[in-house]
Ligand binder design. Structure first.
Ligand code: NAD
Length: 260
């Protein structure tokens, strides 16, 4: 479905971004991977995707809190693939703490990686997308872009901001064949979620074994984690030609959470 397209997927060495990058490669797109992790494992992933799907796969270790590094990653992708048709702003981090104890450095890092990085990458690729009259911008926010939960001041603020950014650029770029949409997942069992179970237990004053049932999935009517493959299939659809009229949306894939 994406044959001949090329994509940058930020935060694609793990979790949701990895699933989206794999789905894009399966659909025939060249992919720039990004994120942190073990160098040998990332090279194995890169090589395997290329070998299995006959597409170009490159890797950038650009830190999404560094605007210059984001621009350099976009320049490299344009040079390697000849163009960038699709970006997925997915990299993200989390910190859970009551607002009065929330470390300002964590606030800054979350706003930089979860929100400002999307602005910088959009700015880097839009001129070329505009010139070619085709582009797809997919932003991975969260159900927390639509609703709040306690102890996540920075994350909820950043994710609401991502939806605002996405809607704004969607409207600006609509007449240039470029769409911008936001995917808002409910809880997905990735390292990002596994890492917050202990902090959630502390912040809510409950045992860690009760966090999944009583906190994470408490509003998710389906009472199941959202699957990475489900989110990847949605990203593929948004980036296909069938997604041309779908722009400026914030699509919840959250097991009913935000309509609960
Ligand atoms: P994850 O921890 O599995 O993956 C995060 C990715 O981002 C990794 O590849 C990591 O290396 C990368 N990353 C982190 N900091 C970076 C930085 N400074 N520069 C470059 N890369 C960086 O997390 P995930 O659960 O797959 O989350 C992906 C996105 O989905 C995030 O934006 C997250 O907020 C969002 N999300 C996750 C859930 C969930 O339940 N897991 C729910 C809703 C939204």
């Amino acid at each position: 479905m994406l044959k001949g397209k090329s994509a940058i997927v930020t935060g694609s060495t793990s979790g949701i971004g990895l699933g989206i990058a794999q789905a894009f490669a399966r659909q025939g797109a060249d992919v720039m991977l990004n994120g942190f992790g073990d160098a040998d494992q990332i090279e194995t992933l890169r090589f395997t995707l290329e070998r299995d799907h006959g597409v170009k796969v490159r890797y950038s270790g650009a830190d999404m809190s560094d605007a210059a590094a984001i621009h350099a990653m976009a320049t490299t992708a344009q040079a390697e693939f000849g163009k960038v048709d699709i970006i997925v702003n997915n990299a993200g981090i989390q910190h859970v703490a009551p607002v009065e104890e929330f470390p300002p450095a964590k606030w800054d890092a979350i706003l930089a990686i979860n929100l400002a990085a999307a602005f910088h990458l959009i700015q880097a690729v839009v001129p070329d997308m505009k010139a070619r009259g085709w582009g797809r911008i997919v932003n991975v926010a969260s159900a927390h872009g639509l609703t709040a939960s306690p102890f996540k001041a920075a994350y909820v603020a950043a994710k609401h901001g991502v939806i605002g950014l996405s809607k704004t650029v969607a409207i600006e770029l609509a007449e240039h064949g470029i769409t911008s949409n936001t995917i808002c997942p409910g809880y997905v069992k990735t390292p990002l979620v596994e890492k917050q179970i202990a902090d959630q237990a502390r912040a809510h004053g409950i045992p860690p074994e009760h966090v999944v049932r009583d906190v994470l999935l408490s509003h998710q009517a389906r009472k199941e984690f959202v699957q990475v493959d489900e989110l990847a299939a949605l990203a593929v659809f948004l980036c296909s030609d069938a997604g041309a009229s779908m722009t400026a949306t914030a699509i919840a894939m959250d097991g009913g959470w935000t309509q609960h």
